[in-house]
Design a binder for this molecule. Structure first.
Ligand SMILES: *Cc1c(COP(=O)(O)O)cnc(C)c1O
Length: 402
């Protein structure tokens, strides 16, 4: 009989098979144990036929990846520690020194920072294109252009591009497309089937998704995913993922698995309240412009209607306003400070409504023609009652801008 110290580690008990519950189990591992040397030599993680090491997958991460494939309509999926890490993985895997990538001028800010920092230092160049003008994109593609980033709707300013046309432009020139799918989340439209019923399918090549937002839904987990339908691209991405040592915690993966079953219902609730509030903001004289793709006068509304109303439907819980130009930065800040239900904070997709004032001039190459002059404030709508949020907006406007 071995010492108790040893027995507590090498315990002989095996629980019975066949335990079933609505929520999958949480498996934690760095080490994975093999039954024999032959199994150790032949275990293959790349096709998920076995487990080799915690970083390369566990039943918990394989399950989450499989469900995210279902959500986005992808074949393969990889988990990374944040949405930004997903964007970084795509670039680091698919680009090399001398390559160029094109980024929409309204892209998620930290994605631009990555291009301007590390990627540039590694000899990967970038330029910004006007996402509302597919011929601008077409004119910018050169033999060095290897990857074009897409976002629908755009971060902060929420223009909805002609996604299908942008993808067609890239396909015609043999350039890979990567979509930041955080806004659509697999629910507003199908990124791998942009023109349902048509063959061949019109699809992006890769999606990066900040699971931090809607899949989590709690405002308490950071995670990202990279997905694709292309087998060769998947292998390339998986090898980079493995070599970079990207992994996620089992408890965090479980949190996302916990959020997924309610995601579509939450997304619809965020969407409905957001439309109500955006329409109410249209009636307020303090706002020079309200930016939300479902509004007829919002940039790209027709593209949103064609892609989202036609397909799965929906719009996320974000909208922005541009305050009339007579208001000073100080007054706009006072308006944000006067809100009580809306909290000052980054991110979105959680239960609590959030507000952020942005300095748009510092974020764009040029001030786009379709945006009015003034200070921009972005709202992320949570799951509170629309009437309460509207009262909060009204009292803050009266208090700060009267
Ligand atoms: C939040 C966000 C990201 C990054 O996600 P993190 O998990 O916060 O790193 C990427 N893209 C978009 C559009 C986002 O909103």
């Amino acid at each position: 009989m071995a010492d108790l110290t040893t027995t507590l580690i090498h315990h002989p008990y095996t629980p019975p098979q066949g335990f079933a519950a609505p929520q999958p189990g949480v498996f934690k591992a760095s080490t994975v144990i093999f039954p024999n040397v032959a199994a150790m030599r032949h275990a293959e993680w790349k096709d998920k036929s076995a487990y080799t090491y915690g970083l390369h997958g566990t039943p918990t991460t394989y399950t989450l990846e499989e469900r995210l494939c279902t959500l986005e309509g992808a074949r393969d999926c990889m988990l990374v520690p944040s949405g930004l890490a997903a964007i970084a993985l795509v670039a680091m895997s698919l680009l090399k020194s001398g390559d160029e990538m094109l980024i929409p001028d309204n892209a998620y800010g930290p994605s631009k920072a990555l291009a301007e920092g590390e990627l540039k230092a590694w000899g990967i160049s970038h330029r910004y294109y006007d996402p509302m003008n597919p011929s601008d994109l077409a004119a910018m593609i050169t033999p060095q252009t290897r990857l074009v980033w897409l976002e629908a709707a755009g971060s902060v300013t929420l223009e909805f591009p002609d996604l299908c046309e942008l993808v067609r432009v890239c396909q015609a020139r043999g350039v890979l497309t990567a979509l930041d799918n955080t806004w659509g989340a697999g629910l507003a439209f199908a990124p791998y089937d942009l023109t349902p019923g048509h063959t061949p399918r019109l699809a992006v090549d890769v999606c990066a998704h900040a699971l931090t937002k809607y899949p989590s839904g709690g405002g308490d987990v950071l995670m990202g995913s990279v997905s694709t339908c292309d087998e060769a691209l998947a292998l390339k991405l998986k090898l980079t993922h493995m070599r970079l040592g990207y992994g996620v915690g089992a408890n965090d993966a479980e949190s996302i698995l916990h959020g997924l079953p309610s995601m579509a219902l939450r997304y619809r609730a965020h969407d409905e309240t957001t439309r109500t509030l955006a329409r109410w903001c249209l009636t307020r004289p303090e706002f020079a412009q309200v930016l939300h793709p479902v509004l007829e006068n919002s940039p790209g509304h027709a593209h949103w209607r064609a892609l989202c109303n036609n397909g799965l439907g929906g719009a996320a819980g974000l909208f922005s306003v541009i305050l009339a130009p007579q208001y000073t930065q100080h007054q706009v800040d006072a308006f944000c400070d006067a809100l009580t239900l809306f909290k000052l904070g980054y991110s979105w997709g959680g239960p609590m409504s959030l507000v952020v004032p942005y300095d748009l001039a510092s974020m764009r190459k040029t001030w786009p023609n379709h945006l009015k002059a003034g200070t921009l404030v972005r709202f992320s709508i949570g799951l509170e009652a629309a009437a309460d949020l509207q009262l909060d907006l009204a009292q803050a406007l009266d208090k700060a801008l009267a």
